[in-house]
Write a new protein. Sequence first.
Length: 365
Amino acid sequence: MRVLHVINAFTGGGAEKLLHDTVLSQKERGADVEVMVLSQQNNHYLDTVKSKGIQVYVSNSRSLHSPSQINELKKVIAKGDYDIVHVHLFPALYWVALCSLFVNKDFKLVYTEHSTHNRRRDKSYFRHIESIIYKRYQRIFCISEGTKQNLIQWIPSTDKKARIIPNGINLSDYTDAKPYDRSYLFANIKKNDKLIVMIARFDHQKDHETLIKSLSYLDDSFKLILVGDGGWTENIKLITISEGVHHRVSFLGFRKDIPQILKTADIFVLSSHWEGFGLVAVEAMASGIPVLVSDVTGLRDVVERKDMIFSQGDPEMLAKKVRSILIDEEKSPKIINYGLNRAKEFSIESMVNRLEQEYNTLINT
């Protein structure tokens, strides 16, 4: 089976990390898998994928949003005898759909819907445009039930070709990781200090502000490390200053040692406004630390436990739950054990097996 994955870039986001793990697993299972990225910048996972013998094409277009991407895609797809072209994220969603109009090749076009919401859905005129775009795809893989239902509500015609395939992780990467000395992540941290971690892209969706504000309801022994990068980084740093908690927050930037960082922390928090599937929450559960997530579709469905959920946008409630979990000697172990068992339901092997089944069904029809 010959598969081409297309994504905007190999940055440090959840969808990008998922694709990294997916293509490595597919390669191990014998698939002839290749990748095309549409951006020349911030391709954090590129070298790792190449080192495993996977062909990676990088678009020469100067802009991710330039129509010249169609021609760049055409060059690659036209010369490759692909059985499956698997697309991830917008605007790759648009460019590959349009490219398929100009390539006379017999391949199946599929797309993974990675989120329950995007800002295009706030503008009604996009509904007609996306009805045309989604029509080009033979299958749409939704990473959660909420993702599927929201897509169908937006584009009802996707109902018959949408399939739920939950995300997966390499469980052993997290269960077997070794923790760092805590001072490596937060200078001058004291023995009895509590270390909170959030791993997420810095943008509006992730709502770092709620987590930062929650520190005001916790004493100075609670420290926060933020892992990730993105366009809102400086804004988030300004919020820590305005809230008077900047001395309790450490910004680590993009990191590849996520398993070790999670093992070192006392608790993981994800405060998003919305999520398709909280993959990093699964990683945290597999790491054996307590997890708290905002009460939104795509996160509550992942953890499925009330005492691991707080009201989205409520820093005071978040602080109370953080304090309760870390201070209660009985509650924390119960949440940790639950999380370890829950994480086992989301293995990369199970996810890739489902993808392979769907690929084969399409190829044979």
